[in-house]
Design a protein around this ligand. Structure first.
Ligand code: SAH
Ligand code: SF4
Length: 342
């Protein structure tokens, strides 16, 4: 039998192109995406000989090894070793009956944000569509759920999804496909540091997933200080893409803003921020910064977080503060950097 590395990943195939004719193909799709089978032996209504033949050619799983790290608050971080030995991570969050998975789109990230542990580790490689999807399938299975019981998926783990557009869009298509995970697009969120050409592609693409924009500053100078690669795209260019996206889709845009003490948390910045979103429907998520070892930042004190939120609200921007979870196992936003919890 071929080594797993030499086999075709089933999850990399568009659902229409899975092996098998008509009914058989549909059965295989159901085993993978509806029932969450991870072994050929489970697929009992497919002829044994056919399964044996497919098992030679195709692989179901993308991971050589998976280590779960449960947090005291119920979230679980998963460390995935890929077949080439590279590693990536996802976080399962079972809160309030709304099972959510935060998945990665890359190993590491090339954007280099100074406040983000993933940015600090640099870029490894893009994940394939199969590797992106299998984070959901594996996690659901490990948690004793069928894949479709996962209610929400957020692309907010490692990496910048709009710098891996082809693989990310292919994975999203399978998440939304009625024979795939059959997710409602409103329950899938793609978070980007703001890559204009990727935002234009999302607008053209027409699949109605939610767009979240990580702006982190109202002015280019501050932004470039904390996102070293931000000089490639000005806020004006990003906002032009966002306005185009809004005009095309009419969908409300989520904003993410990680608050860093003394850098992007001044009152004037809250007021300046609001100016960018006149005429666009947005919802602001303020993220208190999660500390990690060796980081060159401090988090904004609680009182200033609340003041910043109040100013945005006064300026007409609906705002929430995302007090985060999973901190004890390094499973909170921006802490994903392959470190095993102590
Ligand atoms: N690359 C994409 C998606 C992954 S990062 C993006 O940047 O949007 C997802 C979110 O986590 C971003 O909004 C980022 O600002 C936030 N984040 C990163 N590190 C963080 C940290 N240490 N504390 C709080 N939020 C952080
Ligand atoms: Fe990459 Fe997002 Fe981290 Fe920035 S915040 S380094 S874009 S993962």
């Amino acid at each position: 039998m071929a080594l797993p590395q030499d086999q075709t990943p089933l999850l990399s195939l568009p659902i229409e192109e899975l092996p098998g004719q008509g009914y058989r193909r549909a059965q295989l799709a159901a085993w993978l995406y509806a029932k969450g089978a991870r072994q050929w032996e489970e697929m009992t209504d497919l002829p044994k000989a056919l399964r044996a033949e497919w098992a030679k050619q195709y692989r179901i799983s993308e991971f050589a090894e998976v280590t779960p790290f449960p947090s005291q608050d119920g979230s679980v971080k998963y460390l995935f070793t890929l077949l080439d030995g590279q590693k990536t991570e996802a976080v399962y969050m079972p809160y309030l009956n709304r099972k959510t998975i935060c998945i990665s789109s890359m190993v590491g990230c090339p954007a280099g944000c100074t406040f983000c542990a993933t940015g600090r580790m640099g870029f490894g490689r893009n994940l394939t569509a199969a590797e992106i999807l299998d984070q959901i399938l594996f996690t659901a299975h490990h948690q004793g759920h069928t894949p479709r019981e996962i209610r929400n998926v957020v692309l907010m783990g490692m990496g910048e999804p709009l710098l891996n557009v082809d693989n990310v869009f292919a994975a999203l298509e399978r998440m939304l496909h009625p024979e795939g995970l059959a997710m409602s697009p409103r329950r899938v969120t793609l978070s980007t540091v703001g890559i204009p050409r990727g935002i234009y592609k999302m607008a053209e693409w027409g699949l109605e997933v939610r767009l979240a924009l990580s702006l982190h500053a109202p002015d280019d100078e501050t932004r470039q200080q904390i996102i070293p690669t931000a000089h490639r795209y000005s806020i004006a260019e990003i906002m032009e893409a966002v306005r185009h996206y809004y005009a095309q889709t009419g969908r409300r845009i989520t904003l993410e803003y990680t608050l860093l003490k003394g850098i992007n948390d001044h009152d004037w910045q809250a007021r300046a921020l609001a100016q960018h979103f006149k005429g666009i429907s947005v919802h602001m998520n303020l993220i208190p910064w999660n500390p990690w070892e060796g980081a060159p930042h401090q988090g904004t004190p609680r009182a200033q977080i609340l003041k910043f939120a109040a100013i945005l609200e006064q300026q007409g921007i609906p705002t929430s503060v995302r007090w985060s979870r999973g901190r004890d196992v390094g499973a909170a936003c921006g802490q994903l950097a392959l470190k095993q919890p102590a």
